[in-house]
Design a protein around this ligand. Structure first.
Ligand SMILES: [Zn+2]
Length: 499
């Protein structure tokens, strides 16, 4: 390598000096000798920390889909090339797909157990943007240096409303934050706290008027004004599910149009159910009129949320289009009755809701408008919803490989580049994620497209996905040869610039 450089340098020196000619001759002779001795040696050999060789590299931004070698140094991609590369560690990716690590914009389970399952599912960055937090600094401090994957959060209207109104609910409101309209003074206080959260680097503002039904249109709009001022996308769980969701979508599209805040509608599948095609149509039409509206979905027919939340207030059967028998208590696996529903609602906890069809989930997953986001929930004693551990492998296994209803490139785009682009105006660090390019963060998945499969089920929701051979986070292999490397915490905080 040095020889080559020296040789090249001499070419640019003005000829005529004996010294220069002498150096050139010496260098040339060394180059010839070295060249012969290393005829099969790497051309672009540099001291890479790690190289990934001969993989099928798919980069949704440049549309690259070809066999390439990748060189990683200092946690970044430093080479994407057809030339041979050398590194201290070599990953042989022959026959495997090499893609940008998946970015999950909607994962409530921001705990080590969930991070591990996500890494095994190809996820390299995990965000909690729907519910978010009321204390951005504390949220990041609790995870700094302890996370297997990158992590980020929104300042959440829901938890902030709970704090301001002194709602004692666990995670989601179960008291005044759900049931009481805010006073003018409280709306001012909410705005102040949302602004403070954004100043501390929250990457978005989270909303869930379905969980805070007493929040007026004006209150939501006031929060959107703060989001707009800070270029922050508003991630919203719409006020209503099913057909009324068309009005609920109108509420936030209007708020986005009026205030200028970017809008991201979460889990269009579980909110839209049989009306999903109409919600998608409306989002497409709003976009065609120049509004910055995006959406996401997860590949399961059941949802999950807290049974004591406002979602299950009087009349939930009509609102959600489900009956007691469509509700499953994860701890026991039992389907509910009016009696057990009443008992568990008093007790509180997560409940699984079977409310959608495979057909509607397919409509959501295959729409060009949707990103994939898991909506995973923190595992508790090995119980939860399989989406936390299996979402990304399920997209690749079910929709790309089995059904062929989604191309591999489109799937990767929905799981990496699109979510990176959703956040990058607010959090410029995201410009270096979701891409395989020189200078990008080395968040990379290497997987077997013929075998990758989700293993998590409603009964065994924590089962790791299979087929992700290597998962690098900032250049560190958290998954190696298909096995989780315990105890590694290369995940970094992803924040917007702090004011
Ligand atoms: Zn939600």
């Amino acid at each position: 390598m040095k020889t080559g450089n020296a040789n090249r340098t001499t070419l640019f020196k003005p000829p005529g000096s004996f010294h220069a000619i002498g150096v050139a001759l010496i260098c040339l002779s060394i180059a010839v000798v070295v060249g012969f001795r290393r005829s099969a040696a790497p051309v672009a050999a540099q001291n890479f920390d790690l190289v990934i060789l001969n993989g099928r590299v798919i980069d949704p931004e440049s549309k690259l889909d070809a066999v390439r070698n990748i060189g990683v140094r200092d946690g970044r991609i430093q080479a994407v090339t057809t030339k041979p590369l050398n590194g201290r560690t070599t990953i042989d990716a022959k026959g495997l797909v090499v893609a940008p690590g998946f970015i999950d914009l909607h994962e409530h389970g921001q705990i080590p157990e969930n991070y591990r399952a996500q890494a095994m599912d190809g996820v390299t960055s995990s965000f909690e943007l729907e519910v978010g937090t009321a204390d951005v600094d504390r949220w990041y401090a609790e995870r700094e240096g302890k996370a297997a994957v990158n992590f980020g959060v929104s300042i959440g209207h829901i938890p902030t409303r709970m704090a301001v109104m002194n709602d004692k609910g666990e995670w989601l409101p179960s008291g005044p934050a759900a049931t009481r309209p805010a006073t003018e003074a409280e709306i001012d206080e909410l705005k102040k706290r949302i602004e403070r959260g954004l100043n501390r680097g929250a990457v978005a503002v989270g909303f869930g008027p379905a969980y805070t039904p007493a929040a007026s249109h004006w209150e939501i709009q006031e929060m959107f004004r703060v989001a707009a001022k800070n270029n922050a996308p508003s991630h919203v769980h719409l006020r209503e599910a099913r057909e009324p969701a068309i009005g609920a979508l109108g509420e936030v599209i209007a708020a986005a149009a009026i205030t200028g805040a970017p809008l991201h509608v979460v889990h269009i599948n579980s909110t839209g159910t049989q009306w999903t095609p109409r919600l998608l149509q409306i989002i497409g039409e709003a976009r065609s009129r120049g509004l910055d509206v995006t959406t996401e979905c997860y590949p399961y027919t059941a949802g999950m949320t807290r049974i004591e939340s406002a979602l299950f207030d009087e009349g939930f059967q009509q609102r959600l289009g489900v009956d007691y028998k469509d509700l499953q208590w994860p701890e026991t696996g039992e389907r509910l009755t009016p009696e057990t529903f009443a008992r568990y609602r008093k007790q509180g906890g997560g409940v699984i809701i079977f409310s959608n069809t495979d057909e509607m989930v397919r409509v959501a997953v295959t729409s060009p408008l949707t990103m994939i986001a898991s909506d995973g929930i923190a595992f508790q004693n090995g119980k939860g919803h399989p989406r936390a551990a299996g979402t990304y492998a399920r997209i690749l296994a079910q929709y790309v490989r089995k059904e062929k209803s989604l191309s591999l490139t489109d799937a990767i785009n929905k799981m990496s580049l699109m979510p990176a682009q959703r956040l990058e105006r607010r959090a410029p660090v995201m410009k270096n994620k979701g891409r395989i390019k020189v200078g990008a963060d080395a968040d990379i998945v290497v997987f077997d497209a013929d075998r990758v499969t989700d293993k998590a089920t409603y009964d065994r929701p924590t089962e790791y996905s299979e087929g992700f051979k290597h998962v690098l986070i900032n250049g560190v292999a958290v998954v190696k040869d298909g096995k989780l490397q315990e105890g590694l915490t290369p995940g970094r905080a992803i924040r917007a610039p702090i004011k």
